[in-house]
Design a binder for this molecule. Structure first.
Ligand code: KIV
Ligand code: NA
Length: 265
């Protein structure tokens, strides 16, 4: 396989080939996602929810993100690995943002970083890009700002927020970002943004008028089952499959069906 680069993604947009992106936080999962031919692996700060069981993405630390990302990087042969800068690692000033991005690149071997926000992080984005580190933007529902929003509902339904989002997307393109995630915004707005900029727009709950899609792997596999947003398509029902396997194992242990004569030394 030829490795996917930030350049390949722009080419894919130009050729009208949609980009597939999924999350991974560990070696074993990343190996499967990479060999299935998924273009981009996101080491998302959703690890805070999915891996650590926190209610929000805010508690995960830079060290923990680096641990997850380094595990993912060891597994991949083709996918581009994008790593989320976690809450608190880039908001205070551009120098701190650059230091955090450098730590991710050096200590995990990831290929790019992703950051939430628009004009308020412009100087930090530029500083990181200046150091040669590719940056992906993230607008719309930005979960690191959940306490500002107060809810996880659709963003930019009103004119003012939609206009700001369009401006921010243009700013991120102009600054030199290689791509942009749009989360939970009206499909019409997402399509408009994707058509107005030359860098690929990857949607989650943003309709099919964008340049690619991203989902949280554990959600699309049906491992999580309390989370039921409209945008989520489940490709497996792993919660049930795994529960059945665990129950069967327990039964087999208790009945001394496992291990059998063939399964011992
Ligand atoms: O952390 C994450 O998984 C994300 C995606 C939902 C885009 O940022
Ligand atoms: Na994230």
């Amino acid at each position: 396989y030829k490795r996917i680069t930030t350049k390949s993604l722009v080419e894919m947009k130009n050729n009208g080939e949609k980009i597939s992106m999924l999350t991974a936080y560990d070696y074993t999962m990343a190996k499967i996602v990479d060999s299935a031919g998924i273009d981009v692996i996101l080491v998302g700060d959703s690890a805070s929810n999915v891996m650590a069981g926190h209610e929000t993405t805010l508690p995960i630390t830079l060290d923990q993100m680096i641990y997850h990302a380094s595990s993912v990087v060891r597994a991949i042969t083709r996918s581009l690995v994008v790593v989320d800068l976690p809450f608190g690692s880039y908001q205070s000033d551009p120098k701190e943002a650059l230091r955090s991005a450098i730590r991710i690149m050096k200590e995990s071997g990831g290929h790019a970083v992703k950051m939430e926000g628009g004009k308020e992080i412009k100087e930090s984005v530029k500083r990181i890009l200046n150091a040669g580190i590719p940056v992906m933007g993230h607008l719309g529902l930005t979960p690191q700002s959940i306490y500002k929003f107060g809810t996880y509902t659709v963003r930019a339904k009103e004119e003012e927020e939609a206009e700001q989002l369009k401006e921010d997307a243009k700013m991120l393109e102009k600054a030199g970002c290689f791509g942009l995630v749009l989360e939970k915004v009206p499909a019409k707005l997402a399509k408009e943004v994707a058509e107005s900029i030359t860098i690929p727009v990857i949607g989650i709950g943003a309709g099919n008028g964008v340049d690619g899609q991203v989902l949280v792997t554990h959600d699309m596999l049906g491992m999580t089952h309390e989370f039921n947003p409209r945008f989520l398509r489940r490709y497996l029902n792993m919660y049930e499959e795994m529960t059945n396997a665990f129950k069967q194992y327990s039964k087999d242990v208790k009945s001394v069906d496992f291990p059998s004569v063939k399964e011992q030394y």
